[in-house]
Design a protein around this ligand. Structure first.
Ligand SMILES: [Zn+2]
Length: 376
């Protein structure tokens, strides 16, 4: 089974690139934004909606599916693609991020992590081998090594966690059996350039079909995120896809593509949608705000999504204030489209060799991180 990454174009003025990652469920054109279907559903959107929006890749969470309904049940129902009726490419995470976010109710050791379910308090254990079996049962096209994502500024803890993450990557690599799944290694190391460098070196030595960058957008500043991307991305092979985990703010996507990232995922568009907030160029519209009570205009007059073509802010505000399901649906639809379309625009401009002016123009609508104001 081949997971070829076709590099179609490189931007002459940055590290941005456009390509195609081939998977058993179809090609993923990159750069790409993947919405998150935590429990095998992108909240408030059907697979038909996602296809209509131009979604090319979905993410689902192993931790949640392992606990409910259970990875073996999903396997017995024909795997995640059939279970959720999405025939396109799917990526699952390892579950590590959720487990390490559980705080007091988990314990990490050299061999894995023991934790209590957030649903019923029952006791569970993840090891590298266990999360490989879970992800093989779920059956996504792209699967992730178990890694530890520590607080990014704690040097001593990052050293310990990184050593564990590397041993776990070797164990995941050795125990992963399905040839129709691409297993990605995850670069960690907090905000420390030497740890990030060591991590990229160690993982590329294991020769994964793709590489993720974890532990960013978890409390560090934008400047620190950009600095780590500038350290890590030149160390990753050009011929493999690079995935920045959990990043979904529009300006972060553009800044990361400039630095050579291909794949993104984030709950942001659907979470905002359920809270009545819409992504627009330069920021967000809080549709619950009284100023929209009599505003008949769409969220974004430039947007050609279904929501913007048919509904005004006054109506969307009414739905949001009434907590109507349709409000969650329509605003999530716009938000997912906004990010999928941004990735598509970036890809088109890289292919047309016009990405530098596109990025400059796009980022002009967003405030710059303090130490990058002078150089842009
Ligand atoms: Zn729209």
């Amino acid at each position: 089974m081949s997971f070829e990454f076709e590099l179609l174009a490189r931007d002459p003025n940055s590290r941005a690139r456009a390509g195609i990652f081939h998977t058993p469920h179809g090609p993923v054109p990159t750069p790409v934004f993947a919405p998150v279907g935590t429990a095998a559903t992108v909240k408030a959107l059907s697979p038909r909606d996602l296809a209509d929006l131009g979604v090319k890749l979905l993410l689902s969470n192993s931790y949640h599916l392992y606990l409910r309904p259970g990875d073996e049940l999903v396997r017995d129902q024909g795997g995640l693609h059939r279970f959720m009726a999405w025939d396109g490419p799917i990526l699952t995470d390892s579950g590590g991020f959720q487990v390490f976010s559980l705080g007091e109710s988990r314990q990490v050791d050299a061999d894995g992590a023991t934790f209590r379910s957030h649903i019923d308090g029952s006791l569970h254990r993840f090891t590298p081998e266990r999360v490989m079996r879970i992800q093989e049962n779920l059956g996504a096209d792209i699967v992730m090594c178990l890694d530890e994502c520590p607080e990014p500024h704690d040097r001593a803890y990052n050293e310990v966690a990184l050593a564990r993450t590397h041993v776990w990557a070797e164990r995941c690599r050795a125990s992963h059996l399905r040839p129709d799944q691409a297993l990605f290694g995850i670069v960690q190391g907090g905000i420390f350039p030497d740890l990030r460098t060591a991590s990229a070196g160690f993982l590329t030595g294991l020769d994964f079909p793709g590489y993720a960058i974890g532990g960013l957008s978890v409390g560090e500043s934008k400047e620190e995120m950009h600095a780590m991307l500038d350290v890590v991305l030149p160390l990753l092979p050009e011929t493999k896809p690079r995935y920045l985990m959990g990043v979904g703010a529009p300006e972060d996507l553009v800044n990361a593509v400039l630095r050579g990232v291909d794949i993104f995922d984030c709950v942001l568009p659907t979470r905002l949608g359920r809270n009545g907030a819409a992504l627009v160029r330069g920021g967000r519209l809080n549709l619950r705000n009284a100023r929209y009570a009599q505003d008949p205009s769409p969220i974004d007059p430039q947007c050609d999504c279904y929501t913007c073509r048919h509904f005004g802010r006054a109506y969307l505000r009414h739905l949001a204030l009434s907590n109507e399901i349709l409000g969650h649906h329509l605003i999530s639809l716009h938000n997912v489209y906004f990010l999928v379309d941004l990735a598509r625009q970036m890809r088109a401009s890289i292919l047309a060799r016009t990405f530098a002016p596109f990025a400059t123009d796009y980022l002009a609508a967003y405030p710059l991180p303090a130490n990058e104001r002078d150089v842009a």
